[in-house]
Ligand binder design. Structure first.
Ligand SMILES: [Zn+2]
Ligand SMILES: [Zn+2]
Length: 442
């Protein structure tokens, strides 16, 4: 029994209750270390307390998250495995037994991936102004439940399962297994799962030039999609997962083709359900409401909705900064060379976002057109490009002067001068990071 500040004893039931409120396994651990009473109470109900904390840490998709950990993949990762047995193995609604230390660790690792993906999903499809998920608890549950089921599916049918001696019959068997594994879920939850696969596919499509490659990347599952999003490429994934060499002509891509869509299509047909349409938004079946879907650009009123740029998604702006140097500056190598050096660190997305934010402090030095352009506004692609073109060179001029550069005399034609492109002597002896005071120089 623990004594409270006023000397009154605190009931064991209350201690038990306090333990069940721990948000993570680490907090549970440190709370138990604080007093013997907590430790003793935990020892009396280890199962229910662990379960409560697991629920706090992982959320209501805990049964799906546990199945991902406990599924006996090795037993079934073969084309000859019986689909019915695969479905029955370690079902979601089995009682949650004691969660081992290793499982706790893995639960938290997987939960980190799922939460990160939910943040990305929220930014792209729910609300473009926040980097942290704004999904309601109901929406989050649908999303996470589907994501864990996708994780299980990808673990069971991994990209690495490809082998050269797989014939059509083999592939047909695997396809039957895939359909069986998804067929155990109710239609509404499969529709949710379909939307989440569409979201993952969108991430893969941003980096993959080819539809077959996208399907292979999809088979790397939630971990793969998260890695692709973070690195904006699938290069590291190729090394990590050792998936088949896509350029190798012998690789039979049939094994990956329509990875999720084929089994889902089989199920829609079997159940006589209208299949989802290609043009359905990714938010369908997951979100009850999308924030700012009809928003327009703060400057030109172009429609954009969630595609508009805000502080929360600047770091996703697909730009190559040297292309945004104004007019002929981008062809002047005495400018571009030091510019590459000065902007090298902006290849890091978080640096790029902070950098774009800083450029808003230069608006007073450009034309009155930019009065009132705020970093907190929403911009369409064209307006953000225009803003960057007008401000980037001024930032660079300051940057060079700060670095000890003394600008030579201004060229009359400034950034618009064409001579700077083909006459190196002129480019070196005149400053072109300035506003033209005369018309075109030939
Ligand atoms: Zn605009
Ligand atoms: Zn010039």
């Amino acid at each position: 029994m623990l004594f409270s500040g006023n000397g009154l004893p605190v009931d064991d039931d209350i201690l038990d209750r306090i333990l069940t409120f721990c948000p993570t396994f680490q907090t549970l651990q440190s709370t138990m270390i604080t007093s013997k009473s907590f430790y003793r109470v935990f020892q009396t109900h280890p199962k229910s307390i662990t379960r409560a904390v697991a629920y706090n840490a992982v959320g209501p998709a805990l049964p799906q998250a546990l199945r991902v950990l406990r599924y006996p993949y090795d037993e079934y990762n073969t084309p000859d495995a019986d689909p019915a047995a695969m479905v029955e193995a370690c079902e979601e609604d089995h009682l949650i037994s004691v969660i081992t230390a290793e499982e706790k660790q893995k639960l938290q690792e997987n939960s980190r991936i799922v939460v990160k993906l939910e943040n990305i999903y929220s930014l792209r499809h729910k609300d473009r102004t926040s980097k942290t998920s704004l999904l309601t608890s109901e929406e989050s549950w649908r999303f996470q439940r589907a994501m864990y089921r996708i994780m299980l599916f990808c673990n069971l049918f991994p990209s690495t399962s490809y082998s050269e001696d797989m014939d059509d019959e083999c592939i047909e068997k695997i396809r039957r297994q895939r359909t069986a594994m998804l067929k155990e879920y109710p239609t509404t939850e499969l529709q949710e799962l379909h939307s989440v696969t569409k979201f993952l596919q969108g991430i893969c499509e941003e980096v993959a030039p080819d539809a077959s490659l996208v399907q292979m990347l999809l088979s790397t599952g939630p971990y793969g999609a998260m890695t692709i999003w973070e690195n904006r490429s699938y290069d590291t994934l190729e090394e990590d997962l050792e998936f088949p060499d896509f350029d190798d002509d012998d690789v039979d891509l049939k094994l990956f083709s329509r990875y999720f869509s084929l089994p889902l299509e089989n199920i829609w047909t079997m159940r006589k359900v209208t299949p989802p349409k290609d043009e359905d938004p990714v938010s369908k079946w997951i979100l009850d409401q999308v924030n700012g879907a009809n928003d327009t650009c703060s400057k030109c009123a172009a429609p954009g909705g969630l595609q508009l740029y805000t502080e929360a998604n600047w770091d996703r702006f697909p730009i190559y900064l040297p292309n945004l140097l104004k007019h002929h500056l981008k062809q002047n190598s005495t400018i571009t060379q030091p510019f590459y050096v000065a902007t090298a660190q902006l290849a890091q997305p978080e640096n790029l976002a902070a950098f774009i934010g800083d450029l808003f402090s230069f608006t007073t030095r450009t034309s009155p057109e930019f009065d009132g352009w705020m970093r907190t506004d929403s911009y369409c692609n064209a307006c953000l490009v225009k803003f960057l073109e007008e401000h980037l060179w001024i930032w660079f001029l300051d940057e060079r002067i700060k670095g000890g550069w003394t600008p030579p005399e201004n060229c009359w034609y400034g950034w618009n001068c064409r001579t700077q492109v083909h006459k190196r002597f002129h480019a070196e002896t005149k400053n072109h990071l300035c506003v033209p005071i005369k018309g075109d120089a030939i």
